[in-house]
Design a binder for this molecule. Structure first.
Ligand code: GSH
Length: 297
């Protein structure tokens, strides 16, 4: 049995982030296929997967049969049914019902918030003025978070553990940061909880490592810089030149393939080698998010 998850550009595709978290944060093994949005490859993928036409789309190959599941909520329910012990939904009647309801509302609503203030992990603006509809959507999200965190005890929306409902709201968390939506103390704490979650950090680190910029998602607003950013401060790290013999490892901590001379980095004072520049760059972006790298260091 294997899972293949098709995703779009990590900095911009909010639904892809949800789909990826629904697998990765629950320890379910899968392969990721990145299909750049607005490319011929994306059009081809849509034709290949018809009638599925969006990312995330999950292909399940099992016993000679292939199934496609798209729509993030359908992916969540399919995985929850197939992996009942993975903890996709919280334990307990009330928390489970609440989490499913919040996830459903995310999937069906918040049109204004999902439109102009689109997910953009590369930017943090000052001076964004929400429309009435965007502000109303943001207020409803804060209301739902406050209710769930109070009812189920936090720090996640379904209680003590990260569950599918947190995956559904993670891109909204990033929108609140990118556009500087006002946050009360409860919402601020939840934003920091998500930014500290290791799976979220890994997604963000891979987004940082992807050089493709989609300017259509940029707004003409000044940058807010990084002051007060909720991201966990990364370990000191930078790509470096040198010889593979300088590295503390001969094999990439992720793939086990031989390290390459063009894929070296100094991380926390040590030269580490990787099998390609993407593995290097996602490590440089946030080394502490990667357990295999930390074990090596
Ligand atoms: N309701 C869908 C939304 C998925 C979606 O709109 N994905 C966007 C990328 S974030 C997409 O694939 N857009 C391409 C298109 O609509 O042609 C879900 O829950 O997964």
């Amino acid at each position: 049995m294997s899972y293949t998850l098709f995703i779009g550009d990590r900095s911009y595709s909010s639904w892809s982030m949800r789909g990826w978290l629904l697998l990765e944060a629950f320890g379910i093994e899968f392969t990721t296929k990145l299909v750049p949005m607005y490319s011929d490859a994306f059009t081809q993928m849509q034709a290949d997967h018809h009638p599925a036409r969006t990312v995330p789309s999950l292909r399940i190959d099992e016993g000679g049969e292939t199934a496609m599941v798209w729509e993030s909520l359908a992916i969540a329910e399919t995985l929850a049914g197939r992996h009942p012990d993975a903890g996709l939904w919280p334990q307990g009647l009330a928390a489970r019902a609440g989490a499913r309801s919040l996830a459903g509302e995310m999937h069906a609503s918040f049109r204004a918030l999902r439109d102009r203030p689109s997910m953009n992990l590369r930017r943090r603006y000052q001076g964004f003025e929400p429309t009435e509809a965007e502000a109303a959507d943001a207020a409803r999200v804060r209301e739902l978070w406050a209710w769930a965190l109070d009812q189920f005890g936090g720090p996640y929306l379904g209680g003590a553990e990260f569950t599918a409902v947190d995956a559904m709201y993670a891109p909204v968390v990033t929108r609140f940061v990118t556009y500087g939506f006002p946050l009360d103390a409860i919402a601020q704490a939840y934003v920091e909880t998500i930014y500290a979650h290791e799976s979220f950090r890994r997604w963000h680190a891979m987004a940082d490592a992807d050089p493709r910029v989609l300017e259509r998602y940029d707004l003409d607003l000044p940058s807010a810089g990084n002051t007060g950013a909720p991201r966990v401060a990364p370990l000191p790290a930078t790509p470096c030149e040198g010889d593979v013999a300088d590295a503390i490892n001969a094999e990439c901590p992720y793939s086990g393939k031989p390290v390459r001379e063009d894929s070296l980095a100094t991380i926390d004072g040590k030269v580490v080698g990787f099998c390609n520049t993407f593995c290097r760059d996602k490590s440089v972006a946030d080394a502490a998010a990667w357990p295999k790298l930390m074990a090596l260091l």
